[in-house]
Design a protein around this ligand. Sequence first.
Ligand code: ADP
Ligand code: ADP
Length: 222
Amino acid sequence: MIQFQQVSKAYRGGRQALQKVNFELPKGDMALLTGHSGAGKSTLLKLICAIERPSDGHIYFNGHDISRLPRQDIPFLRRHLGIIFQDHKLLMDATVFENVALPLRIEQQSDNEIKKRVSAALDKVGLLDKARCNPIQLSGGEQQRVGIARAVVNRPQVLLADEPTGNLDAALSAQIMELFRLFNQVGVTILMATHDTSLLEQYNHLRRFDLQHGSLAEVGHG
Ligand code: ADP
Ligand code: ADP
């Protein structure tokens, strides 16, 4: 589903974030991306959604080479991807409903369709009763779940998550992992960056890609 072939990324100023990275994430898999801070995890995720472009090598999504995808085709790629950030990037002056609706508004879906799909997404993360709240009124764990609802609202094939449990305690992290597991069970492919070592122990049956100073090794396979 996602394949990297000899992918390197150097940022302007010469910082080499990734070096000749090769990996393949099969469709339907749930995998962890590990490595110390600065190892290149965020960069790798950003390359998949074309927020950043590789300096060298090829990235395939569903067999399409997206490494040099023309700018006007990026929305087509993003339609297949749900992206979850550690700081959830929610709009604090909009309701939970509107935050989750955002990707559908961009796709110019009808109000009816938006209502149906946002309700379904909020129901999945257990926040239907918070639809009219502002994110600012919610706890950290609830805010993260709003971010997850927004990421899954347009039914993406792939979920990319960058340290989604980074600011949460163990119980809330377990909740988030359980949500991911449920999405994975219905066929969503998941790649999650984390350096949470307690999570790694608990989920050591998952495929795991480990980045060290921009180089990748696969260390387990579910
Ligand atoms: P991680 O997510 O594992 O912490 P990152 O992918 O954020 O790692 O960073 C990898 C390396 O690339 C680091 O050395 C970081 O400083 C550098 N880097 C990340 N983003 C940029 C950027 N926009 N410009 C320059 N260097 C960057
Ligand atoms: P699909 O595989 O969805 O049936 P096609 O193979 O007919 O799509 O491709 C239609 C156009 O959309 C092509 O230009 C292709 O490059 C682009 N495209 C299709 N799927 C993706 C994707 N996941 N990421 C990027 N571009 C895509």
